[in-house]
Structure formats: structure tokens, C-alpha cells
Design a protein. Sequence first.
Lengths: 729, 330
Amino acid sequence: MSAARLGRCLSIGIALLAPVRVDAADVTLWHAWRGEERAALETLAARWTAAHPDAPLRATFVPYDALAGKIEAAVPRGNGPDLFVYAHEKAGTWAARGLTLPVAPTPGALPVAAAALADGERARGWPLAAKALALYRDRARVPDAPADTDALRTAARRWTRPASGTAPAQWGLAMETTSAYAVAPWLHGFGGGVSDGARLRFRRPENVAALGFVHALAREVVAPELSGAMLVRSFDDGRAAMAISGPWMLGELRARDAGGVDWAVSPLPVVRATGRPAAPWATVETLFLAREGPDARAVGAWLAGEESAAWRARAGRQVVARQGVGYDDPALAAFSAALEHAVPMPVDAVFALHWEPLARALRRLSRGDAGPEAVLAQADTDVAVLARPPPAPVAPAPWLAGTALLAAAGLAYGARGAWRARSEMARAAHAYAWMAPALAGVGLLVVLPFLVGAAVAFFETDGTSWTFVGATHFLDILLARDWGLASPLSLWRTLAVTLLWTAANLVLHVVLGVALALLLREPWVRLRGVFRALLVLPWAIPSYLTAMVWKGLFHREMGAVNAILAAFGVPAVGWFDRFATAFAANLATNAWLGFPFMMVTTLGALQAMPRELEEAAVLDGATGAQRLRHVILPQLAPALLPAIVLGSVWTFNAFNVIYLVSGGEPDGTTDILVSQAYRWAFSRGHRYGYAAAYGMLIFGMLVLYGRGVGRLLGGGVAGGAPPAREDKA
Amino acid sequence: MADVDFVALAKCHDGPRGPVEVLRGIDLHVPDGAFVVLVGPSGCGKSTLLRCVAGLETPSGGEVRIGGVRVNDVPPAARDVAMVFQGYALYPHMTVRENMGFALRLRKDPDTDARVEEVARMLGLTGLLDRLPRQLSGGQRQRVAMGRAIVRRPRVFLFDEPLSNLDAALRTQVRAELRRLHAQLGVTTLYVTHDQVEAMTLADRIVVLQGGTVQQEGTPQEVYDAPANRFVAGFVGTPGMAFLARLEPGAVVGVRPHAVVLGRGPHRGTVRFVERLGAEALVHLEREGEALAARVDGPGLASLPEVGAEVSFGLDAVHRFDPATGARQA
């Protein structure tokens, strides 16, 4: 490579490392808007820059999934933007962590947006746009917007038909009846809600009535087990006459001349029993101020102002968070009207705890496990567990002393070893030098995060405040202090499920893998190379894609598994409604993912095995089964045992499959240890310390297992006397 | 005990370019208790023939009979034959004792232990019974493989080049042992080798195979003294027979080195090189562009001719073969 090319490569590399190198006078803005919204924002940025050449506005697109993480990583280190756009739910946490600064309230903002961002006299950001659920309807079937819940039910009933012959089932309504977000409008409409003002409380007569209504809808007129994407599809291809969704569905529907339905949007209907409108959550796309500066504040106020709002509504086709904006598009006007009754989503951390218990209550209701009152009561219990007060702080001094002592002992031991081996180490100095980069990498990427994780396990933290709690988390987990041993949240029950999971998988992996490998070796099998390649395919495809495909296969209504069963007259199975079937679905997925590894290992071992051995056994009178047991399997053992050990550890930690296929359903019973640890960290209120303790316990178990297995392998297979030299006698 | 018969036995393999004929109509009788060696170059079909007896290959035509009974469709285990493989095929995870007793244990024979120990004594393996194959030397493994065959007391022993993995000294020793065992047990034995010395020393009868057909069958002496054709003549005997096409009209003359007498006789040749082997020497000559060798021993060793010298020689005994067909002429 020439010096010039090297230089060019280096400069490209440096440019990649520092993608947003800007002048100090620039105002930078990060956002995740796409399509028309993005174009509208960029036009606005250009307008601002034209009017303020001394403070140009640079809008940078960051993918939505990455945006929050980048903000949390970059802003505290001073590398963040001046402004960024994000949903308002995070406003409370971010303001508490000092990532965002308060701003002046925006005059002319929609009341719901102003309320969502209000922080005393000030605001947590500038409201730009707002979103809430509304009712889509096929005008051909439902010409007028249903005024109340009775009208909604009547219209929906009219267009609900079971499948007959080749005609697919028709549904009156498509909505996610097991989503806490989608059910919230009815809780509010019946006069209830997730909080009684002071704390989260679900079991209230209003909520019971709301769930009764939702459950009746689900039984009568709603397409079952709908995820977001399937909801869009069922409405778009006319299988559902109505759908409850947000403005994000607008862009997904086909135009009428492209075969789409003739649809219209209206706010959700009034609840007949209370006379109150069904009130969805409102989420506000908020412009946050991340760095103080007069230009940034001016840009913020201007972007939330009238000129910008009008442009975003027209060119960006956005439902803007501002009063008095006219819309050309009646659907946008309808969404804007829906915001009038919407409830601003609270921004505190406790509120965020309600999602999982409520969703679980809805799933139990949908499965028919219990009635509305019982599932809500259970949700209250679950919330109490999640929202329980943090453990009491523990005096760190004895722990620090203990840790220091341990570290000193470890260092002394290491130093003694190094001193004893000093001459040898000196001789091999160059070898250590060669190893140094790899060691540094392992230290940085493995050892350091491990130590940090281990340390976190002794703290109670949500990422902002840290309290030292000693071994409390470990004791809580090991003694199942907050729930019974048999609860799905208990470590011991989860461990039992994990062991069952691992054992069942390994049996399937080995049996399938060995059987296929033996089959592929048979001379009468034609196209062996093709089959071999095909059978390795499940392994070659990223496991999360496979897991998602399998989840689809097990879908109650649209999955291939039930379709095949239906051909044999078996009624539709709700695979994720019961432990046994959900476990079986997970097992099928992971068996599919895991057998190629065993098959390839076996094929390799078989290739190394002389055919004469089997022929000798044939002549010795061994039947096929006897040959397998006495000759082939013992030969495969040295190759298979390490593969089984590896496979068992992978399966033990097969997060992808559990998380993506059953998602722990029903009620977390199919969760394994790693997915449980994940939930503690990320979906049960960011209890990082508790989750870290979980991780450490999993690590400890695997270490013990590894030692046991190491002894087994060391003694049984790799050991034995060394081979004798050839003697010439 | 049993005799073995091959009747018009044929075998085709499916090769990558269509079927390959490996055996083309083999007719052969192996008398009860005989030690018969199948010999021939690589690819002549001798191993396939053996595997047809074992039942590891299915003939595509003709018959294999053991004890007068057609066994083409009899499964290998029911034929009561034992085979010693080239690579020994000892079960690596079983001790010597387990290896030798495997067949009997499968049959749940109550005498398993006693018979294993008896055969181990016969073969001098008693001290090795609890070792694994990888803890044995090549020669020991070979003996275990034979022991495993002997323990079963089969009607027929099949040996597939059992000595080819041993060094030369060991091979001589095992050859003697094999003869002794055969004399002791008297079991019909089919023995495959490509080494004609092994064939000559071991066999009651030799079968020379080439191209999937029997070239000649007879006692070692018969085959050596009266080779049926040029192929057999060239294959049997060390050093090999020389063939002279220009000595007599209408015949190719075959002559073994010991039949060439240097110093007197009607023929003349040039010395090309001399191999001294200690007790004897081989003088390689060229006559009218054709090579032949003369064996010299005894007093002649003191006065070997120089390379390049012109010498006269005579021929004691010659074989004549048809130049076109290679068949022996009377």
C-alpha cells in the first residue's frame, strides 16, 4: 500500500471515529424522524440557518433504537448534541440525571402536551408532536364513526364471521387486547386508571368493568393474538373492519387504488356506562435541551412555534403538539382531535413499573386463567413486588476490608507463583510479549466487565443512584424472600425449568444429530452433499431470525403448525397459553437450532472411525443396535462429550430462543435463568444490582458445572496410559 | 470346518464412470482345512473375493458356498467365519480381553472367559489381557486380532493382508507363527496378500489373481516351476523372471536368475551393474537391448565381472510363452 493510500485510509478512519465534528457556533440536533417528518425538519433547519448564518442548525439523524443509548452515553461526557428529539416518557429520568435542562413553557401548546411536560413553572422540553390511539374504520362497512361503546360493539359484531371453507375469518375489530398501552383508553374511559393518585393500584371497580368490556370484545369481535404488524395487515387486507392504532399506521396502509380499503379515522368512542370518552395515553415527541446556550434555546422555541408547527403538519404530515393548526388530511385532524381527551403519560420511574404486571394480567385474562378482578388483584401483588422499597444500606467498611484482604491474598499468591517461575518467565519473555495484546483484549472485554458486573451485584442502583447493600441481593434471590419457592420469579423454580430445558434439548440435539450423521453416511443415500449442506443451514442462519420465524410458526391463528394440525382436524392450539406447550415450542425451536452442531461433530468423528471396526463387529455377530451401542457410540464419545458440554452451556444460556419464542409465557413460567436476569435489569424497573447478582449466581453455577465436567472428561476420556512405543520384538 | 467354493463368482462396483467389474467369473475350490493364499497386484480383486466370503460384499453373480451350502444371502454373522483385518480393527475402547471375547459375549457364551484365556495362552497374550489396544505394540495388536478370530472357533479364517503393517523382521516371525497355528487348529484359511514371498512360504495352495480372474491355482512349487502364463511367471519368484523376446523365434523365453550360468554358453551379453547381497550377487546383463540377471554364489563371488565387460552365458532351464497371448508353451 502506498503512503498516499495509507494516509487516505487513515483519514477516512479518523473521520468515521468523529462523525460530528462541528464548529462551536453550530446548533446540533439529534432526531430519529424518518421520511416526510425528517424532510420537513431538514427544511426547517435550512430555513433557520438561512436566517441565522452565525448559528447554523445541523440536524443529524440517529436510528431510533440507538438514540436513547447514544444520548445517555454522549451527553454526560459533553459529546452530545445541543438538542434532541425523543418521546417524553424519559423526561423524568433524564431530568433527574441532569441530561436535560428545563425550558420555558411553550405558549400555544396543546394542553395535553403542556401537561405531559410540565415541571412546576417550567417545562421539561418543547413539545413538537403528539401521538395517541384512535379508531380506524373501513368506510364501506362502517360508514359512520361509532359514537359510543355500544355502537362500536354492534358494528364489530356485524362484521365478525368465523372462517368457513376457504374464506378466512372476518373480524369486527383489530386491537392488541393484551397490551397495557392499548387497554389504557378503556381504563380511563370507565373512570379508572393505573394509579389512584398516590401509587399504582389496579384492582378498582372501574378497572374491573373496563377489563370486563375488553375481554368481551376479545371474545366476540377481536382477532386473537395480534402483534402490531399483524394488526396493520389484518386491517389493510380487509379481514378486520375496524382497528385501534396510532398515527404510525397511516404510512403502512396501502392506497385505495393499490387495493387498500377506503378508511377513515376518528377518536375513540365514548364509554356508554360512564359517558366519558375512552382516553388513550398521549406521548409527546419532545425537543429536549441538552446543553445550555442562547442559540439552542432560540432554536427550541422556534421549532416548537407556530411557523414550524404549520410546516411540520403540512409537509411532515405530523400531528403537531400545537393548538390552532389546520390539517389538509382528515386523518391527521382526527388524530389531533383524539388528543383532546388523551391522558399525558406520566414520566416518573414508578409509573414505568406498571407495564409488565398489567400486561401479564391482560394475558391471563385473555387465556381465561381468571376473571378481571382476580387478574387485577394479582397485578397489584406483582407491582408491590416490583415497587418494593430498596434494601437497606449496609455499612461498606467490613466488606471493603474483606475485599481488600482477598485482593491482597490473591496478589500475594500470584506474586509467589511469579517469583517461583521467574527464571522460566524470563526465558519466555518474548512469548508473554506476543500474548500481551490478546491478554489486554481479554482483560478489557471480559475480565473488566465481569468485575464491574460483580461489583454492581452488591449495590442497589437504577443507573443513577448507588446504595451499597452487601449480599442482600444474593440472599434475597437464594432464599426467595419476596415470593414462594414455587413462584415463577423464584430462582429455584427457574433453575428447575432451566435444567429441564437444558437436559431436554441435549437429548434432542444428540439423538437427532447422531441419527442424521449416521444416515448421511449410508451409501444408499443419494445427494449426500446437498443434504449435508441443507442440514447445516439452521446453524448458519442467525439464531434470532430462526427464533422469530418459529414464533410465527406457532402463532395461534396464522401459524403453520396450527394450520397443519387443522388439516388433521385438531382444533387450534394456543401454544403460549400453557407451560407444556410453550415449553415444547421453545424446545422445537432450539432443537432445530442445535442439532446441526452435533451432526457436524458426529460426522467428523465418524469420518475418523475406520469402517473396518464396524465390519469386525458385523462379523462378530453384533446387530445394528449392538454395533451402535458397543462400537460406534464409544468411538464417538471423545468427540461428542466436549460438544455436549459446550452445547449444555449454550442451551443453559439460550436467551434468544426463550426471549423471542415464548417470551417466558405463560406468566414467566418458561423463563430460564438468563432471561429472568434480563427481565430484572430491563423490564422490571432497571434493578441492575439484583440482575447482576442473578448473573453472578448463573456464572457460579456454570463454574461448578464446568469443574465437574472437567473432572469427568479428564478422568474418563482424555486420560489413561500413554500409548506404548512400537516394539520390534 | 468346511470347504469353500466359488462358482462363476462375479462382482460389479458402481464407479464414478459406470460399473466396474472387479471379479469376472471366479471358479475355485478351497478344500477343508487348507491354507490357501490369494495373491495378486493391487486391484486384482483378491480382497473383494475375501469380503464376499465374509458377507461384507454381496456378489453380483455366481455363488459362494461354505460347507457346500450357498451363502450369498446369509448374513455375515450367520456364516461362522472370522476375519483378521489389515488394520486389525481392534475396538479401541475395549481391553484385549473384551476385544477377544466380544463375539462370545454377544452370544452370551458362558465359556467366554475360559476360552479367551486359553487363546491368550496360545498366543502369549496372557499378560496383556487388561490393556487397551493403544497400549500395545503393532505385533501385539496383530496377535490380538488373530486371537479374536481364533476364540470364536469359526469354520473359516479370513486374513486380509494381516502382516502389511509389520516390519520385515516381525513379519518373518509371525509367518512362522501363522503356520504353526494353522497346523494346530486345522481350520480352512483364506489369506490375501500382495507379497509373493508370504504367499510362497505360507500356502498349501496359491491362487494368483489378475484383473478379476484366476490366472493359476496350485501348490507354491507348481506355480513356481510351471507358471501358467507370463503374468504368473513375472509375479512369482524373487528376483523376478526375465523375458527375452529375441532369443528364439515364435516364443518369449522366460528365465530366472538362478538358471543363468555365467562364463560359458552360447549367448553373449554386457554387464550393466552388479548387486552384491552377501551370500550371493546378481549380475544384471543386457543382451540385444533386453535385460536379464544372473545369480552368482559360492566361488564365483570372488571373480565377478566388471561393469561394461562382455560375458558369455548359458541358460539351464527356460520357460516359453506365446508372444501374443502370454500363455505357456509346452
